[in-house]
Design a protein around this ligand. Structure first.
Ligand code: S3P
Length: 432
């Protein structure tokens, strides 16, 4: 589906964007390993997280919905059933990588595959350390690409340095560590999102966290996890699109309700503030162990360019495309480096952003590990490609709001992967 977004007068309104994708995935995967029934309120119903629900049902977990509350009937740390068929991971890297950690320590055999994008994404980063733990994983390209097979085995703990600061890798190893002999430790120079360790701790896992120059999480073999009640806050990665829109569209003001502001996730909002945006956290509170706030963003006529470096990337890794959109309106050149991980997301996001910007006449330079965006540019508009990547589709929709002739986006329906209501919500807050 193509979508055309036109220039608008302003953005105004109060919006609760859909729930957090990362926490929603974990609210199924981790609770399926508990002994007993967990409840999940405000579960995200989108492409990726519904993939997780389907996969865990095929692994024998009863997942039901009662008056909008999801109930997960956990069967214990080793209670999964051997699936009768190949497990389809769709477009979801998180489901795939975390599930490799789950399956490595079960007494079953499973085969995982995914869509065209997912079948190209690197799995060695998780398969390799899991093999060091004795996991039996094989697949295409010497065991690096989907389809992958996993035959459960007796695991042993390892110490692993998480070079890429990938939360998916960290999570897979910690999950496998629950079923492994001895201790499993993951260290990071730059802390990646910490929802897995927080949730596991709340569920009674034998887990220790050390903050410091090097962030370290250790887990010992755990006898049992307790069920939990989770309420999922709104996704900061989805809220980022509307925050960006309010910052660059004249005369705008938006209130984004109930947004997760965990410091491992809210780097985009901090960057936007550094750019000079009028942005405020109000009603800061805690919801099932995670910090949450209502975020108010108003139009800022004087945005300035910023630098984004490697250590800042993990806390805004999914927001770089929309940050690039804001950068086109800031004074000076925005330079983003240390972001080579963007090349292996749902699309090559460095290439996708720079190619699309250039295609509509905006000055941008592709770097090996990032990009340079020239600011204060007049946006004429034109035709861009989402590369079937939800975040690219939504980022360029936001640029459409200030484009003289509008922006048409190819395959824009991929937004459903994380935000099925995106275009409807956009329609509700624009003033024409
Ligand atoms: C995620 C971690 C990040 C992020 C992805 C979700 C998670 O990926 O980009 O959208 O839920 O753990 P990496 O672990 O590859 O950095």
């Amino acid at each position: 589906m193509e979508k055309e977004i036109h220039k608008v007068r302003s953005i105004k309104g109060i919006l609760r964007v859909p729930s957090d994708k990362s926490i929603s995935h974990r609210s199924i995967i981790l609770t399926s390993m508990a002994n007993g029934i967990s409840t999940v309120r405000n579960f995200l119903k989108a492409g990726d997280t519904l993939t997780t629900v389907n996969v865990y049902r095929k692994l024998g977990i009863k997942i039901e919905e009662d008056k909008g509350v999801i109930k997960v009937h956990g069967k214990g740390l080793k209670g999964f059933k051997e699936p009768e068929d190949v497990l389809d991971m769709g477009n979801s890297g998180t489901t795939t990588r975390l599930s490799l950690g789950v399956l490595a320590g079960q007494k079953i055999f499973a085969v995982l595959t995914g869509d065209e994008s997912l079948r190209k994404r690197p799995m060695k980063r998780v398969a390799e350390p899991l093999r060091q733990m004795n996991a039996l994983i094989d697949g295409r390209k010497g065991g690096e690409l989907l389809p992958l097979s996993v035959r459960g085995s007796d695991l042993k703990g390892i110490k692993f340095f998480n070079e890429k600061a990938s939360a998916q890798v960290k999570s897979a190893l910690l999950i496998a560590g629950l079923n492994a002999e001895g201790n499993t430790t993951v260290e990071e120079s730059y802390k990646s999102r910490d929802h897995t360790e927080k949730m596991l701790k709340a569920m009674g896992a034998d887990i220790q966290i050390k903050e410091g120059n090097i962030y370290s999480v250790s887990v010992n073999r755990t006898e049992k996890l307790f069920p939990v009640d989770i309420e999922v806050p709104a996704d900061p990665s989805s809220a980022a699109f509307f925050a960006a829109a309010a910052a660059i569209v004249p005369d705008s003001e938006i209130v984004l309700k109930d947004v997760l502001v965990n410091p491992t996730r809210d780097g985009f909002f901090r960057k936007l503030k550094e750019m000079g945006a009028d942005i405020e956290y109000t009603n800061v509170r805690e919801k099932t162990g995670e910090p949450v706030a209502d975020i108010i963003v108003r139009y800022s006529p004087y945005l300035k360019s910023v630098k984004v470096s490697k250590k800042e990337i993990p806390s805004m890794v999914d927001e770089i495309p929309v940050l690039a959109i804001v950068a086109t309106q800031a004074e000076g050149e925005t330079v983003i480096t240390g972001a080579s991980e963007l090349r292996v997301k749902e699309s090559d996001r460095i290439k996708a952003v720079v190619e699309n910007l250039k295609k509509i006449g905006i000055e941008a330079v592709e770097l090996d590990d990032g990009m340079i965006i020239k600011g204060k540019q007049k946006i004429k508009g034109g035709y861009v490609d989402s590369f079937k990547d939800h975040r690219i589709a939504m980022a360029f929709s936001i640029l459409g709001l200030i484009a003289e002739e509008g922006i048409k986006i190819k395959d824009a329906d991929c937004a459903y992967i994380s935000y099925p209501e995106f275009f409807e919500h956009l329609q509700n807050v624009v003033q024409k």
